[in-house]
Write a protein that binds this ligand. Structure first.
Ligand code: SAM
Length: 328
């Protein structure tokens, strides 16, 4: 296998698959206030179709897959898809990003199906903030329980993703960081990216530099290596801490030059950059019986068109889809 690389010689080995555009939460940083027009059921790729795309991608050099959404755990039979993907020999790492509300129900089944680790979005530890951020979600307790159950069935690591928002949850950065000292919490602080159609709830993002300033109150952070993966987060820990802290800086310091990702939307569009509107349709070719070779050609075309970097700094925000419809 020669591997897949784009026109800037970046190796591409990571496919993020959105299995549904539906979500049981309505997070203000992810979905417009008026909601989104949902894809029709016929538009959404069947598991067999997702499997075929993953197989073609794996033949080209993809060895890492993440399932996301919408909320992936609201699509029925997700462990089944997980199991199908583990049959693809070239794929050696399958992970999941979830809001955690259904994790306690599915963690054990997912683990048996081949899942090794999980990322859970957790933006606050306070019920009232949780309701505000998720637009009326009342299940913070279930998320916390899901995290514990995931750990107890051996999913490792469980990483917690916090999108930090000015005036909303930035006051909890210290609380989350303190947890990494006493407990095996792996928290990643993420800069909030802007998206199209934001409403009155649009908030100013907090640069990682400000978060780090706050954290000085707890001690000096030491750089450390991630326990697994080599994504865009930079990892640190406090001396003798049980857990780690990661910083993800899509806005203040983009990491596009090291981007190794492709994204497949729930309705079968292959998107080489989260923050660009360019995408290529795989659903129609899949449904009109294209061969694996044909599919591979389309994947290569998308890769060849992967932009060098995003243009948030120049004020460009993708027009077509909020994050809930791409997979974040
Ligand atoms: N429902 C799942 C969840 O909540 O994790 C998976 C989908 S969600 C789109 C995946 C990730 O996208 C979330 O962890 C969140 O960190 C990230 N995300 C969504 N909108 C974002 C934004 N505006 N800025 C930064 N990250 C965002």
């Amino acid at each position: 296998m020669t591997g897949l690389s784009d026109s800037f010689q970046r190796p591409i080995n990571y496919l993020r698959i959105s299995v549904t555009d539906r979500c049981n939460l309505r997070c203000i940083y992810c979905m417009p206030p008026g909601g989104v027009r949902l894809m029709s059921h016929e538009d959404i790729l069947a598991y067999e179709e997702i499997y075929t795309v993953a197989q073609a991608a794996a033949e080209l050099g993809i060895n890492k897959v993440r399932l996301t959404g919408g909320e992936p755990l609201i699509r029925s039979g997700l462990p089944e898809l997980m199991q199908m993907l583990t049959q693809i020999e070239a794929i050696d790492d399958i992970s999941l990003t979830t809001n955690g509300t259904l994790l306690s129900r599915y963690a054990a089944e997912l683990k048996s199906a081949g899942l090794r680790r999980v990322n859970v979005s957790l933006d606050t530890l306070k019920q009232d903030k949780f309701e505000f951020i998720t637009r009326h979600g009342n299940n913070l307790g279930q998320v916390l329980e899901g995290i514990e159950v995931a750990r107890s069935v051996g999913l490792n690591p469980v990483k917690l993703n916090m999108v930090v928002m000015s005036g909303i949850n930035d006051g909890e950065v210290l609380d989350f960081a303190a947890k990494t000292i006493t407990e095996e919490w792996h928290v990643r602080f993420i800069e909030r990216m802007p998206f199209v159609e934001e409403g009155a709830e649009a908030v100013q993002f907090v640069p990682v530099s400000e978060m780090r300033k706050q954290l000085e109150q707890l001690g000096e952070l030491e750089p450390c290596l991630p326990s697994v993966g080599n994504g865009p987060a930079k990892y640190f820990r406090f001396p003798r801490a049980r857990g780690t802290i990661g910083f993800i800086t899509p806005v203040s310091e983009h990491f596009c030059f090291h981007c190794n990702r492709l994204r497949l939307t729930a309705n079968g569009k292959l998107r080489p950059c989260l923050l660009s509107d360019y995408e290529i349709d795989l659903k129609q070719p899949l449904r009109s019986g294209t061969s694996l070779a044909g599919l591979k050609q389309l994947i290569e075309e998308a890769v060849a068109n992967k932009p060098l970097r995003h243009h948030l700094a120049e004020g460009y925000v993708p027009k077509d889809r909020p994050f809930s419809q791409v997979g974040g």
